[in-house]
Design a protein around this ligand. Sequence first.
Ligand code: NAD
Ligand code: UDP
Length: 316
Amino acid sequence: MKRILVTGGAGFIGSHLCERLLKERNEVICLDNYFTGSKENIVHLLDNPYFELVRHDVTEPYFAEVDEIYNLACPASPPHYQYNPIKTIKTSVMGAINMLGLAKRVNAKILQASTSEVYGDPKVHPQPESYWGNVNPIGIRSCYDEGKRCAETLFMDYHNQNDVKIKIIRIFNTYGPRMNPNDGRVVSNFIVQALKGEDITIYGDGTQTRSFQYVDDLVEGMIRMMNSEDDFIGPVNIGNPGEFTMIELAEKIIEKTNSQSKLVYKELPKDDPMQRKPDITLAFNNLNSWKPVINLDKGLQSTVKYFESVLQPSLM
Ligand code: NAD
Ligand code: UDP
């Protein structure tokens, strides 16, 4: 049995990862400060004797004997990470230093949840891992983008200098059940607005694109990456190459919810990337032919169902 630490384990992705790791008969320590995550996300795991919950902030050192670490702690939605930008960058950078220090000390393998945001507003499309990106270092998204870029640097340096066993994945926009209804990301916003019959808020003209990955496909990719050959350290893109404009996404959600909601257009936030689509060749070739298997239509069905259940009282 492996003992596995998941930082940010009470968040959207972390809770799915904890669940899957427990199913595979591992011992799981879920560490979180509940900034954007919640106990609701992991309450169903609390009866499992192999599941342990720790309230802790990754900007402070943490010690435990573990075999593997998945480092996910960091707010991920633009409104949340921009709420306290200094804390966001501290979480990425000091969190990485603290968790890499722990990995070094106990000889654990450590995986970093990096992001497609390291490509910024990309000039190369789709984005391969070899692309260095187009990131504004002093804009409103920089606390997140540059924090994650610096974390990647730290992972590489701990690996090269101290032989720490690392893995880096770059996650593209991921959605699914347990997204926080108030976190401001596009999939949750549109579904909640559609279910409540409110206007659907398109930022800009809605022609910007994103590639949406269902959370189960991501978790499968994360676990395959952790268990991949030691010399395959990444960074590797984990995302779904299906690319959609925000208008297309809104139309799909209106159809799936049978909503009467209308599209309204709001100002595009600063530095909002115009396009994003992963090149997943590297993942396919190195992670046992990993590729996403859940398309947007299918993934939206279960996500809509989830939001219907959470919003039930307020919809009546
Ligand atoms: P989330 O906000 O639901 O989860 C983040 C979790 O980290 C939360 O439970 C939060 O409370 C916790 N956290 C934040 N700061 C912390 C701190 N200082 N100490 C301890 N815990 C802290 O977001 P998510 O979508 O589940 O994202 C998880 C990870 O995946 C993040 O690192 C994010 O950057 C990365 N990622 C997500 C996406 C996506 O589309 N969801 C895309 C790219 C990368
Ligand atoms: N977006 C939108 N309406 C919303 C929320 C977001 O049109 O209510 C747009 C946003 O401007 C961006 C895209 O949807 O172009 C994805 O936004 P999200 O915050 O989900 O992720 P990110 O920008 O980090 O990829």
